[in-house]
Write a protein that binds this ligand. Structure first.
Ligand SMILES: [Zn+2]
Ligand SMILES: [Zn+2]
Length: 820
């Protein structure tokens, strides 16, 4: 039933889950929350007539899988296969609509052939290059990491402090796409604003200017990047980051080089977070050198301090202590001159001596020569032009986003399809030779030398240069764990294609992904890489849309019953298998959708789960106990099923049913599952309830049947319930005598007349001012409205001693009593 065909006559809907890493721990009950949501959504879309693609696969390369394998002394491939089996079994129990015929696995050579192919296209376009820059090295994972793999300056996987060391690396030029990734965020109205904001900050575009300063006594210049050149007349010092290029290359020329080297060494043991933490006492060391301020000819002492980061701009900043709080703190600590160049908010022009006087906001320039009297914005433009005219600097744009360090010195990843030749340099493996298969090794633990374990397999490494036929050596670095997930949504469209990454026509039909659901933690890693690769594939004509995901929704975490994150450490992990075993898959599905607003974190509650189960039990009982099992014998039951003996639906329930159809449809569409389930519960409770009517005499049967609901209406209820509780709904559907699956039914539509509110809050005004609201029938007449308004105690008070001159009545909205 869930096999997806490329039926081009039907409107398509592509809904995608972020595919999991099959870790050794298996899934806990929090993981499937997003999958349940997309499944409910997918089932509704199917019933609404869409051709739905809802696939699943495995992101199985990378450090988590490899570290697990090493810890448990098994080959990563064996461990991964085993883990996938566990994950798949867990998912199968929950009854998802996945088309398993489209299952993908990033470690399958048939899959990573295309990951390698994309890398080669980037290499050919100059977007993949080798570099020897200092990179993040995790001494525990024994590999290089990208900035995106760090959390607060530590290894995101193991929490170790990161070391910076220069190493040969493959790097992807993601910065070439920074502006487009930024601009195109505006074309994604169905992405949550918070995620877009995280991406904007991650890309961190800043317009400013690189200013070159002469260094006294040296032939060298140094370059700083600043976004506030307007304050440059107030610049009194220069600070370089301990790990900046400038310090690395010039340290031996520093008059105070011994002291400087000590400081640099000490700083290398601090994390970025430690260095940036606010309110920390500023430290630094004077290099003994001075730069000359072009504008004022003043000598500015050059310091090294760890509050400046090498990764921002050039890693060197110019200090303007009157107008930057951190510069002020540093100037105070080092006893450096402070000059005011912007008038204070309250007109203050006095020298800046206190922290409170530091003026980072808007204002008018003083003590700034040609800029005096201008506001800071005009001054910024003017001084940038001036500096460029004088040849002292160049306007530039800076990004926080850095090029993507794309190689890892580990075994469990896609081999980088490059052959090194002494004559020809780095040469692409010919496309016909893809995939470059990951060879078997005996020892797959990291070497720690900066070489991957692949470096030990001589007969694999030594090969021929594809260009000149001379001796060549294969690249031994592998790709990072993010590689395989940077394009996987395209492979589901055409998972078995051996000739192309994806067939052009199929891609045209299914792209883009209409809806993508996953963890918010991927806002800046996976989702940045994915957009970058997709844009590249767009540029080389593989895909026909520049953005991969039209709508994006993040999943709120499920916490443990004790309110903490589920973790082995706290011993509070709940396995979905146990829940399915004890309460049933549908109970778990209904509960996870009901437990709270979808995008918010929510603690697991066994009571809540029991409540979901009770709701399903009551639904079951309606058909088997309340309605049939107790009151009606087999003959009557058969008559009821065949529709010969129908209950009738009261007007009240009919209205409620139509309102429920409307609400459930809209709520699923906008991922408000909790209110959708609650509405279904209200509807179910409105049906006749045996517990409230204990008199079970034969003479009541007709009466009770009358309070029930028409079979056709009960069917509608079942259809609405089916996406949430597919097993139960299907079973009851068949009990009602249907031969086809409930999921082949059309999603019900509601009667517009019946969902209109029948009562309204009528606004009562006196002389146009709101004085009361009263609950009345929606179609109340003017005469009735007037009578009701006059009955109100509040209105009576206002009318006391007044004369009513006019009454204005707006049907369905308000009554205005004009008095004198
Ligand atoms: Zn690590
Ligand atoms: Zn060669």
């Amino acid at each position: 039933m869930y096999k997806t065909k490329d039926d081009k006559k039907k409107k398509k809907y592509y809904i995608l889950d972020m595919f999991p890493y099959p870790s050794g721990a298996g899934l806990h009950v929090g993981h499937p929350k997003g999958y349940i949501a997309t499944d409910v959504f997918a089932r509704m879309k199917m019933m609404q007539g869409y051709n739905v693609l809802h696939p699943m696969g495995w992101d199985a390369f990378g450090l988590p899988a490899e570290n697990y394998a090493i810890e448990n002394k098994v080959h990563p491939r064996v461990a991964t296969e085993k883990n996938i089996k566990v994950f798949k079994n867990q998912l199968l129990k929950l009854g998802f609509t996945y088309d398993w015929g489209r299952e993908i696995n990033t470690t399958d050579p048939g899959y990573y052939k295309w990951t390698q192919w994309i890398f080669l296209q980037m290499f050919k376009k100059g977007l993949a290059y080798e570099s020897n820059e200092p990179v993040n090295w995790c001494p525990s994972c024994k590999t290089v990491l990208s900035n995106e793999d760090l959390e607060d300056g530590k290894c995101e996987r193991c929490g170790s402090d990161i070391e910076r060391k220069p190493m040969r690396q493959w790097v992807l030029k993601i910065t070439d796409y920074a502006d487009r990734m930024l601009e195109d965020l505006e074309k994604l109205p169905d992405w949550e604003e918070s995620i877009k904001e995280m991406q904007r900050n991650w890309i961190g575009r800043k317009e400013g200017i690189d200013i070159n300063y002469k260094i006294e006594g040296l032939k060298k210049e140094l370059t700083v990047f600043t976004t506030r050149p307007d304050t440059n007349f107030g610049a009194t010092f220069i600070v370089a980051a301990p790990d900046s290029d400038f310090v690395n290359k010039t340290i031996d020329l520093f008059p105070n080089k011994e002291e400087a080297k000590k400081y640099v060494e000490a700083a290398s043991h601090k994390t970025e977070l430690e260095r940036m933490s606010e309110g920390r006492q500023k430290t630094g060391v004077f290099t003994g050198l001075y730069a000359i301020n072009n504008l004022t000819d003043k000598k500015m002492p050059i310091y090294i301090s760890d509050f400046v980061l090498a990764s921002v701009g050039t890693g060197v900043v110019v200090g303007v202590p009157g107008h930057d709080l951190r510069d002020f703190e540093f100037a105070q600590a080092m006893d450096i001159e402070i000059i005011r160049v912007v008038v204070g908010v309250d007109g203050d022009t006095s020298p800046i001596t206190k922290k409170e006087q530091v003026q980072e906001e808007d204002g008018v320039m003083i003590n700034s020569g040609l800029l005096d009297g201008m506001n800071i914005h005009d001054a910024t433009k003017r001084i940038m032009d001036y500096i460029e005219e004088k040849g002292w600097g160049e306007k530039t744009v800076n990004y926080k986003l850095k090029d993507w360090v794309f190689s890892r010195q580990r075994y469990w990843g896609e081999p980088i399809p490059i052959i090194h030749c002494e004559k020809c340099g780095a040469v692409a493996v010919p496309e016909k030779d893809l995939p470059v298969k990951l060879p078997e090794v005996k020892n797959y633990e990291p070497t720690g030398t900066g070489e991957s374990p692949l470096a030990n397999i001589k007969d694999w490494i030594n090969t021929k240069c594809p260009k000149c036929g001379g001796p060549g050596k294969r690249e031994t670095n592998t790709m990072p764990q993010w590689a395989g997930s940077s394009w996987y949504w395209l492979r589901y469209i055409d998972p078995k294609n051996d000739k192309a990454l994806v067939d052009e026509k199929k891609e045209k039909y299914w792209s883009p992904v209409d809806f993508y659901v996953g963890g918010a933690e991927h806002a800046t890693r996976h989702l940045i890489y994915a957009r970058f690769w997709h844009k590249f594939l767009f540029d080389i004509g593989v895909v026909n849309y520049p953005e991969p995901f039209t709508r994006l929704q993040h999943v709120g975490l499920i916490l443990a019953e004790d309110g903490r994150k589920m973790s082995k450490r706290w011993n509070n992990v709940i396995n979905p298998d146990d829940i399915v075993e004890k309460y049933g898959a549908d109970s778990m599905r209904v509960y996870e959708m009901f437990m709270g607003p979808f995008s918010q974190p929510c603690a697991w509650s066994t009571n809540g789960l029991v409540g979901a189960r009770r709701f399903l039990d009551k639904t079951w009982d309606y058909l088997f106990a309340d309605y049939m099992g107790i009151f009606i014998d087999d003959n009557d039951r058969n008559q009821w099923i065949s529709g010969k003996r129908e209950g009738s639906t009261s007007h009240e329930i009919e209205v409620l049913l139509n309102k429920t159809i409307k609400k459930v449809t809209e709520d699923i569409e906008s991922f408000r599952f909790n209110t959708a389930v609650s509405q279904l519960m209200i509807l179910r409770n409105s049906f006749y309830d045996i517990e409230e009517q204990p008199i079970l005499t034969k003479s009541h049967i007709e009466l009770i049947s009358g309070k029930c609901i028409k079979k056709s209406d009960f069917k509608k209820f079942l259809i609405l319930l089916a996406p949430f509780a597919p097993h139960l709904a299907e079973e009851l559907w068949h009990e009602l005598g249907n031969k086809e699956s409930v999921f082949k039914e059309k999603w019900p539509e509601y009667d517009k007349k019946l969902v209109k509110d029948e009562t309204i809050n009528l606004v009562v005004q006196i002389n146009g001012k709101l004085r009361d609201t009263i609950l009345v029938a929606a179609d109340i007449s003017e005469k009735e409205a007037r009578e009701e308004a006059m009955k109100s105690e509040k209105i009576k008070k206002w009318l006391e001693g007044k004369e009513v001159v006019k009454i204005i009545f707006v049907k369905g909205r308000l009554i205005n009593i004009v008095v004198k």
